[in-house]
Design a protein around this ligand. Sequence first.
Ligand SMILES: Nc1nc2c(c(=O)[nH]1)N[C@H]1C(S)=C(S)[C@@H](COP(=O)(O)OP(=O)(O)OC[C@H]3O[C@@H](n4cnc5c(=O)[nH]c(N)nc54)[C@H](O)[C@@H]3O)O[C@H]1N2
Ligand SMILES: Nc1nc2c(c(=O)[nH]1)N[C@H]1C(S)=C(S)[C@@H](COP(=O)(O)OP(=O)(O)OC[C@H]3O[C@@H](n4cnc5c(=O)[nH]c(N)nc54)[C@H](O)[C@@H]3O)O[C@H]1N2
Ligand code: SF4
Ligand SMILES: [Mo]
Length: 684
Amino acid sequence: MGKEFWKSACPHDCPSGCSLEVERLSSTRIGRVRGAAANTYTDGVICAKVARYAERVHHPDRLRQPLQRIGEKGAGEFRPISWEAALDEVAEAFLRSTQVHGSEAVWPYHSGGTMGVVQRWGIDRLRHAFGYSRQHSTICMTPAEAGWLAGVGKLTGTDPREMAQSDLIVVWGGNPVSTQVNAMSHIAKARKQRGAKLVVIDVYRTPTVEAADIGLVLRPGSDGALALAMMHVLFKEGLADRDYLARHTDFDADVEAHLADKTPQWAAALTGLSEAEIVDFARLYGRTQRSFLRLGFGFTRSRNGSSAMHAVSCLPAVTGAWKYPGGGAFFISWDIWQLDLTLAHGLDLLNPATRVLDQSRIGPVLCGDRDALAGGPPVTAMLMQNANSADVAPDSTTVARGLSRQDLFLCVHEQFMTATAKYADILLPAAMFLEYDDIYYGYGHTHLTVGPRVLDRHEECRTNHELICQLARRLGANHPSFEMSAVDLLDATLRASGKGTWEEATHRGWIDCAPSFESAHFLNGFPSNDGRFRFKPDWPSVGPYHAGMTALPVHRENVEQAKPEAPFRLVVPPARSFLNTTFAETPGSIAREGGPRALIHPADAERLGIADGACVRLGNDRGEVRLNARLVDTAKSGVVIVEGNWPGHAFLDGKGINVLIGSDPVPPKGGAAFHDTAVWMRLD
Ligand SMILES: Nc1nc2c(c(=O)[nH]1)N[C@H]1C(S)=C(S)[C@@H](COP(=O)(O)OP(=O)(O)OC[C@H]3O[C@@H](n4cnc5c(=O)[nH]c(N)nc54)[C@H](O)[C@@H]3O)O[C@H]1N2
Ligand SMILES: Nc1nc2c(c(=O)[nH]1)N[C@H]1C(S)=C(S)[C@@H](COP(=O)(O)OP(=O)(O)OC[C@H]3O[C@@H](n4cnc5c(=O)[nH]c(N)nc54)[C@H](O)[C@@H]3O)O[C@H]1N2
Ligand code: SF4
Ligand SMILES: [Mo]
């Protein structure tokens, strides 16, 4: 490595979790950013948007000083204020809320702006030290996680590097070309070296579908039906591994009988695939020992998403693919780290009786919905770090109403003037990852990645950790973690976890936490109560919203069905050049994405008299948005795709796409059904 490249790690909420090398031009300036070649997962590959990070870290619009609101909430009018005065304001507001309504009226809120062990979750120390409301972080992985836990039992699986040894890779409901590019380089190895086949299952022709040998484009929310029909074929054609089923799963005659009528014909009607497509895919899967399921989040962002994940996760248990190198399945590796987070996350301060609020339901919470408030007091003070809820949370009209409340004190710690930042009473400038130290969870692989500071802090920016410590001290906290630097905390965490020291970690750049082959393939048993994969999940033990869920692999019809007054199904997947709303401010990303577009099937457009480029309205009971149409035969007729979490102001009447999305929790554990929405559409 050239002298001028410094080791770092990408902090963003992306399963690739890349180890980086950053060209440091001076203590305040970077040049190129590239992937670390020596990290066996990153393998020298990163996405274009982070390769251009100089655009973001040196962006002229970065927040540079603390601000106090002078205009209406949401208007974005502020005046400068000193850090000392700003911290006093926040501390006073937290004390006032606590006096009037009790400590649960304060809600420290975080999301995935940075995924750092200290810089993201350090806010939990503040929360636990003062008994503030807790947060169930559901916005991203909960529906998928619940479905995976229901069968497998723990968030771990086949090492994704093993994809290079597979003969068949199935990317199910994910778009790695756009959302986790490294997965594609491991897939490419298997294709090149072994002639492996790639099957991709999505609801439109993403770049990943385009790259596949077989692309299956189905109706949104119908993946459970496809998985069940595949199992039907596997049993009917003798492609199930009965010995494996008996030894490692709870499979029995009830499950087999349940599958008897889940025929390809039945699934074809639900998925929109042909019977031949379903049968051919089932045979290919059943006849390949080294078959690897790479499961994405996308197909689980529906009201039946946890059930769908469970049904799909049954497939390698039917064929016994888990037994073979390059075989099995992988969603994420969230449960492999074995870090002792007592000090870094203040777990010794946690009072389990404190109420828990659902991150995805920030709208209903702030608007006083009794269920959402879990029977407790209203939320009257918030600190938000790493989050842009005004644009990313579901049901954004309700979110905006909540954030506008005159009796809510809101402190936002941000890097840019986001939609959420505009609602702040106090807006504090946040440092970027290149300006702080942390360790990150590479949850799409097996490494903890290490990101030591590369640059001095921009202007008056402070790190999340500094803000939390300074605020906690003002409020009178007494916990050693508030006196420690981020490096001290990381060093103590690594030592307590038996993973060496911070210095050793920075020297290497990552810590590989991969479980053994036997453990990753569950050869000595699944991490469930009885050591078996569960075809018959105990849904009540997975989450509270289990009403109507059956202890079998099923396809549920509980999606937002198209209906005469809302005949189209809307899917809102990520854009390649953004990361949620991050990078929506960088010129390179904006230029590549153009603007928000409704991708409409030509047959639907013709019926509605919509021409390419025309302005259309999409709407439902929750609201309306206006944007330009692009006519393209990419999804099934009746399905509209709007890529990218664009800020509201990029739309023609200032309202972003999440106005249309419901905030009801996905069964059984919660989360938002981003890709499960019925809408009407008309020419504007
Ligand atoms: N460039 C970029 N990268 C990102 C992000 C980003 O915004 N931009 N976001 C990051 C984050 S936070 C996450 S969680 C991950 C998400 O990464 P992914 O695992 O890729 O998940 P999603 O982005 O939700 O959706 C992926 C695909 O699922 C498809 N899909 C939607 N509904 C269905 C369905 O019912 N069935 C099937 N089979 N497919 C369906 C969508 O069309 C989309 O192509 O990506 C991360 N990486
Ligand atoms: N329409 C639609 N909506 C979606 C999704 C979708 O697919 N479609 N996906 C959903 C998913 S999977 C997710 S995970 C959520 C993501 O939602 P969020 O986690 O809120 O993600 P971002 O929109 O990227 O906002 C993160 C913010 O954190 C800030 N930030 C970054 N680093 C730091 C830091 O070190 N300190 C501080 N204080 N701030 C920092 C960034 O500037 C950015 O504004 O969005 C969800 N919303
Ligand atoms: S956003 Fe994802 S692909 Fe891009 S550098 Fe970060 S971890 Fe890697
Ligand atoms: Mo996410």
